[in-house]
Design a binder for this molecule. Structure first.
Ligand SMILES: NC(=O)c1ccc[n+]([C@@H]2O[C@H](COP(=O)([O-])OP(=O)(O)OC[C@H]3O[C@@H](n4cnc5c(N)ncnc54)[C@H](OP(=O)(O)O)[C@@H]3O)[C@@H](O)[C@H]2O)c1
Length: 233
């Protein structure tokens, strides 16, 4: 395993938090972030172990060098943040679309730019896209667009960062994640029915896949779909 800290951007809840919990339970130094430093610190205290919390806003990329200054050697970088805009093209909201696009494409890339010099050859990066890139849901217009953009970013970063590896995970609907579980069974049942495994992807399924992408030293430039085969039906 690579030496150094596991950095989880977007680690205060949902999938990022579960990744942070995994590595903290393994005794690793973990830095998790959210927009509000007080919330991030409180979540890190709840995670325990050697976790600490910091505040940063990926939609304000110019601030990232300063916000990430207190992190030394980085083993793994997980970019799990999202600020969903629930946008539709016929009622398009430019400010929220601009924030999401900046966050997922420019902000994620700037975080890699800032931290890559602190990673050695065994280090790796995992970006979060999502299957909304292929199967949109109502309001996912910009989510679908930026998750598609992650695919291209992975190809470029895997080449530019070499020998550091870069991969992306594209989950389907993660049924027990805060965003989707709040929508309830009416939203989730059709997804389960349309999935060959007849079950929804879980947060622990995603954690297992992220750990695989981060740690397997021959996996590079991969866009991994973790969705139970949802797009096959
Ligand atoms: N959940 C799913 O079913 C699913 C499916 C496919 C793909 N994904 C992808 O998986 C990733 C995690 O999704 P999730 O559902 O677990 O997310 P989530 O529960 O909505 O959590 C989002 C995280 O991003 C942080 N965040 C929000 N805005 C930010 C900003 N401007 N700058 C920095 N951090 C910010 C939040 O922290 P604060 O609120 O503390 O600021 C929080 O930690 C996302 O990239 C999403 O696209 C999720």
């Amino acid at each position: 395993m690579a030496e150094g800290t596991v950095v989880v951007v977007g680690g205060t809840q949902g999938l990022g938090l579960e990744v942070a919990r995994h590595y903290a339970a393994e005794g690793r130094e973990v830095v998790l972030s959210g927009r509000d430093p007080a919330r991030a610190k409180a979540v890190a205290a709840e995670v325990g172990g050697k976790a600490r919390g910091i505040g940063l806003d990926l939609a304000e990329p110019a601030q990232l060098a300063d916000r990430l200054a207190g992190i030394d050697q980085v083993a793994y970088l997980v970019l799990a943040a999202i600020e969903r805009d629930e946008n539709r093209v016929r009622a398009f909201d430019v400010p929220t679309a601009t924030r999401l696009t900046t966050l997922k494409i420019v902000g994620n890339t700037e975080a890699v730019h800032v931290l890559a010099p602190r990673m050695d050859a065994d280090g790796s990066v995992v970006l979060f896209g999502g299957r909304a890139k292929d199967r949109p849901y109502p309001g996912s217009t910009m989510v679908s667009a930026v998750n598609g953009g992650i695919t291209g970013l992975v190809s470029s970063l895997a080449v530019e960062l070499a020998p550091i590896r870069c991969n992306a995970i594209h989950p389907g609907i993660v049924g027990d994640s805060p965003y989707w579980s709040a929508k309830g069974e009416a939203a989730l049942a059709p997804v389960r029915d349309r999935t060959p495994t007849r079950r929804l992807t879980t947060m622990q399924d995603v954690v297992g896949a992220v750990v695989f992408l981060l740690e397997n030293r021959s996996v590079n430039g991969v866009n991994l779909h973790v969705d139970g085969g949802w797009l096959l039906l």
